[in-house]
Write a protein that binds this ligand. Structure first.
Ligand code: SAM
Length: 489
């Protein structure tokens, strides 16, 4: 199959983990950029990227690179595109835009001009224009402008890939699934020891951990991907990818999620049930102050309240208690905690062995790693090596907000791609070729989804995932039963 250029978008701080995921998936020419990773692969890889990547939020397929320094110039160039290669008059479409350029101050205006160009292309040819749909377009085009470099892409994902499809309900301040998975992958936890989230809220971290432990694709529960509406959609190829569970594995350790709020535990259970993981994760209402000693090598990954969206009466007291519990109940294990305020981290009173900057939405946070040794470890508050102010990064404010401002400025300056960064394993990332000429999609009939199609992954009762037989035993993907995607043929 022909290889083409693709872009996987992600959150700031997750680029290297995403690059590693892409290399593991078989992508070529993987190059890290700012909140994105570019790569090359064929159509099968594009389907796999959407279905298997845990840290991507969308996969774009660029099809035209050009230079322009005004919205009108963008319009003129877009008028000349043969849009019928990608859509029919009867298809609805949307255009989104990302602009880093002095010349294009209003990214929305650029998107309008691309929409005008598409509409005028069809009007000239047929006297009618296709509909624009913001909520549920058949096709979404993406225009990206950096200085005067413009790229037009097709969005192959549709809804953001963090929307896995298992979330039935959320508590306040749920963690984004992509960020949760990124934190777990960064920790290196691979299902070979026990795992706990003692403040699990709606269960996002334990559920993502279970998907990783069992090597289940995060896309299993989604009802659709945008590429299914493309003219060149290869249904058989996607079914083959979708039905291949050969890489899934058994999990022999435990995953536990606790929260002091009983409603959180109910919600977490509902979400885990929708992912078919209720048997894999043990959820229980429990205050972290009652956290009991765990087995060696247990990994805790958690997202405590920061006092921003979730207000705590005694936020600093909570973090002090977290530090005390970690020291006494996690001996021989490690904890990864994401938070927003330096004061909160200070209160934990343990010396972190890693500090990783990460954004949780708009909040510039840090993920800190704490390795807990036995009682002789005296880095704890009160020991000789008490955590000193000097050990912490210089701060200009009590929060990490200044980092956000710095990051914004840097982003405005920086180009999108930073070539040749190395992964841990030493494999260099190669910058993808620039300015690829206009690309043709492969021919083929348009595939129109039938209306009213239910999300396929759920049973009627909304409970068990479609893949498990009633007895909770064998997944049915390997049986001769037709997978859901065949039944409308
Ligand atoms: C930011 S939320 C976690 C969100 C979660 N990661 C999700 O995706 O839904 C923090 C959670 O900590 C819980 N919490 C606060 N204090 C706690 C304590 N002392 N023990 C256990 N849970 C606590 C809250 O009830 C809340 O659900």
């Amino acid at each position: 199959m022909t290889e083409f250029e693709m872009i996987a978008k992600t959150f700031q701080g997750l680029e290297e983990i995403l690059a590693k995921e892409l290399i593991d998936l078989g992508a070529n020419g993987v190059a890290i950029g700012n909140r994105m990773v570019s790569f090359k692969g064929d159509k099968a890889l594009m389907y796999k990227a959407n279905f298997h990547l845990r840290t991507a939020i969308r996969i774009l397929k660029p099809f035209l690179h050009f230079k322009a320094d005004s919205a009108d110039e963008v319009y003129e160039i877009c008028r000349k595109v043969d849009w019928e290669k990608y859509m029919d008059l009867s298809d609805s479409f949307a255009v989104d835009s990302v602009v880093y350029s002095e010349d294009f101050r209003h990214s929305k205006f650029v998107a309008y001009r691309v929409k005008d160009a598409i509409a005028d292309y069809f009007r000239d040819k047929y006297g009618k224009r296709p509909n624009v749909s913001v909520a549920n377009p058949d096709l979404t085009f993406h225009i990206h402008i950096s200085h005067d470099d413009c790229s037009l892409s097709l969005d192959s994902s549709g809804e953001s890939l963090h929307k896995r499809g298992y979330r039935q309900e959320a508590m306040e301040a749920p963690l984004n699934e992509v960020l949760a998975a990124g934190m777990i992958l960064m920790s290196g936890w691979d299902g070979k020891s026990d795992f706990v989230d003692p403040m699990c809220g709606s269960g996002t971290i334990p559920i993502e951990a279970a998907l990783i432990a069992k090597n289940m694709a995060p896309g299993l529960f989604r009802s659709s991907f945008a590429f299914e509406k493309w003219k060149d959609f290869d249904r058989d190829l996607f079914e083959e990818i979708y039905n291949d569970d050969s890489q899934e594995r058994e999990f022999e350790f435990s995953i536990r999620g606790y929260d002091k709020d009983p409603k959180a535990i109910l919600t977490a259970k509902r979400n885990a049930k929708a992912a078919g993981l209720l048997d894999t994760i043990h959820f229980e209402q429990r205050d972290f102050k009652d956290f009991e000693p765990v087995r060696e090598r247990t990994v805790i990954i958690t997202n405590p309240p920061y006092g921003e969206r979730l207000v705590e009466d005694d936020l600093l007291g909570l973090y002090e208690m977290i530090g005390e519990r970690l020291k006494h109940a996690l001996i021989g294990g490690e904890a990864w905690i994401i938070s927003y305020h330096y004061e909160c981290f200070d209160k934990i009173g343990l010396k972190p062995s890693a500090k990783i900057p990460l954004f949780n939405g708009a909040l510039p946070c840090e993920l800190r790693k704490y390795e807990i040794f036995d009682g002789r470890y005296n880095d704890f508050r009160g020991g000789d090596k008490r955590l000193k102010k000097d050990d912490l990064p210089t701060r200009r404010s009590s929060t990490l907000r200044h980092k956000a401002r710095l990051a914004e400025k840097q982003e405005a300056r920086s180009n999108e791609e930073k070539p040749f960064r190395k992964t841990e394993g030493g494999k260099p990332f190669h910058k993808t070729e620039e300015h690829k000429p206009y690309r043709k999609t492969e021919g083929g009939k348009p595939f129109h989804k039938t209306e009213g199609k239910k999300p396929f992954r759920k049973t009627e009762g909304g409970g068990k995932p479609f893949r498990k037989s009633e007895g909770g035993g064998k997944p049915f993907r390997k049986t001769d039963k037709k997978p859901f995607r065949n039944n409308k043929k």
